[in-house]
Design a protein around this ligand. Structure first.
Ligand SMILES: Cc1cc2nc3c(=O)[nH]c(=O)nc-3n(C[C@H](O)[C@H](O)[C@H](O)COP(=O)(O)OP(=O)(O)OC[C@H]3O[C@@H](n4cnc5c(N)ncnc54)[C@H](O)[C@@H]3O)c2cc1C
Length: 457
């Protein structure tokens, strides 16, 4: 096949093509993690599937490295590269809600803030990320954990179909009925199998939720963790509640003199009938000595953007993640030792519950293999100043090392760093070999390799 020239690519693409030397190049090459400083040859801001098909063809014919970017939140910076091509989907923002069928179709550049905004007036939503600026693309393809997951499953458990441009430039629909092997692999296998130009999700009747942010004294941390592991095992599934460590941000309900102090926190989202919410929150509010709390109803999209101000683009990010089936006494000891050392107000350690609906899906029903995990644990270092890199990375590594003996071997691919590649295989457990064979079928040359990579051989 003749190689396409850059001029031919410019002729084929309706969106914006940005190359080195262009005025917007330095803005366009940036991703969310400020630590990533890469210089691609060309960035294509696609407007539709045709632009994506042309750019995939250009990349594969020219042997170019190819990155795909939706919300650009990948912590290892998979949405960019040096000297290759970037397909930036952020202009593909189309969303269509079908309230009668309770479905939504959203293009690859949509963020969770965009999606929840569009479905809210219909009193409908679907499980997605906890921060509004994260893209639906990367988050869904890796699994998708959020406030509603205990009751409604992962994002992939609500994915009905996806439009995909594969490495050979074909446009395919993947669903239970069409290309079911591709559909299976997309649900957890990350960006390994093609560029998803649009996602179709099932919607559920959730509109306003009752939210509790409870900051506990550090002296109560052990007690709160012991409460949490028991409580979340049997709590009604309308309750999404995660445990965390945070430095108190300057929020009005926290006494000013305590801003910047470390606390352990429970963040709860009740998505059941509002009249039952107050009662449902009671055990959480009594889990230990409370230093400050906010309990209030709010629209689900408001909860989704509540923490956005703490996480502007451009922070330095270094994260490590694990799954756990239990919060063991050993894990609690590790949390109590390392959580209070949290170095910055942007950083967090979170334990997300993925029991309930997430556990009811068979381990081999989708690529996401850890259906026996009840918790996804994330040590997320996030800080503004590169001068503090060493201190923050050390906190993440030390904390993770202490948790490792109490965790499953694999981790959630969307929370993982890219400095332990052996963990990709571990994270897919018994599904890995099937993923390799589907990769061989749809991307035998491994065009899509800037990701938590599943190699075709
Ligand atoms: C602040 C923050 C909050 C987060 N919160 C959550 C959370 O609540 N729950 C959770 O599960 N995860 C969460 N994550 C992790 C998140 O799932 C991953 O970072 C994910 O990769 C983000 O998706 P994105 O589209 O924004 O990223 P991008 O950097 O745009 O994409 C990451 C990778 O995903 C693939 N990809 C993205 N879009 C497509 C597409 N349309 N087609 C094919 N491949 C694609 C590509 O390989 C790409 O390199 C969070 C991350 C951050 C930084």
């Amino acid at each position: 096949m003749a190689k396409q020239t850059m001029e031919e690519l410019r002729g084929a693409v309706r969106g914006q093509i940005i190359a080195r030397g262009d005025a917007e190049y330095d803005t366009a090459r940036k991703v969310y993690n400020g630590m990533i400083d890469k210089h691609p040859k060309v960035i294509v801001r696609a407007t539709d599937a045709a632009d994506v098909m042309a750019t995939v063809a250009y990349s594969s014919q020219n042997g170019r490295i190819l990155s795909v970017r939706g919300g650009a939140h990948s912590v290892p910076g998979f949405g960019t590269n040096d000297d290759g091509v970037v397909i930036d989907l952020s202009r593909m923002k189309g969303i269509r809600v079908d309230p009668a069928a309770r479905t939504v179709r959203a293009e690859g550049g949509v963020t969770w803030g965009d999606l929840f905004h569009a479905t809210y007036p219909f009193g409908l939503t679907t499980p997605g990320g906890i921060i509004s600026t994260t893209g639906i693309g990367g988050l869904t393809l890796g699994g998708g954990i959020g406030h509603l997951s205990r009751g409604l499953g992962l994002s992939i458990d609500n994915l009905l179909s996806a439009d995909v441009v594969t490495a050979d430039g074909r446009f395919l629909t993947a669903s239970e009925k069409e290309n079911p092997d591709l559909f299976w692999a997309l649900r957890g296998g990350g960006g390994n199998f093609g560029v998803v130009t649009s996602f179709e999700y099932r919607l559920h009747p959730v509109k306003d939720v009752l939210v509790a942010l409870v900051f506990f004294e550090l002296s109560a941390a052990r007690q709160v963790l012991e409460f949490y592991r028991q409580y979340i095992a049997t709590a009604p599934e309308e309750m999404g509640a995660f445990f965390g460590y945070h430095l108190a941000p300057p929020l009005p309900f926290i006494p000013e003199k305590r801003h910047g102090e470390p606390f352990c926190v429970l963040v709860a989202c009740w998505a059941g009938p509002m009249e039952k919410g107050e009662q449902a929150m009671q055990p959480i509010r009594k889990a230990g000595a409370v230093a400050a709390e906010l309990v209030t109803p709010m629209p689900f999209p408001a909860l989704n953007s509540l923490f956005d101000a703490l996480l502007p683009p451009g922070l330095q990010h270094y994260w490590k993640a694990a799954f756990a089936s239990e919060i063991t006494d050993g894990a609690i000891a590790a949390h109590v030792a390392h959580g209070p050392k949290i170095p910055t107000v942007n950083s967090a350690m979170h334990i997300y519950p993925i029991n309930g609906a997430c556990n009811r899906v068979r381990a081999d029903a989708t690529a996401f293999a850890y259906r026996d995990a009840r918790f996804a644990v994330n040590v997320a270092g996030m800080w503004p100043d590169p001068k503090d890199n060493q201190k923050n990375i050390k906190w993440v590594k030390d904390y993770y090392a202490a948790l490792e003996p109490h965790s499953s071997r694999g981790g959630y691919v969307n929370f993982m760093a890219d400095d332990d590649p052996g963990r990709v295989k571990e994270s897919y457990k018994g599904n890995y070999d099937r993923l390799v064979s589907i990769k061989k079928k749809y991307d035998p040359e491994n065009l899509f390799h800037i990701n938590q990579n599943i190699k075709p051989s």
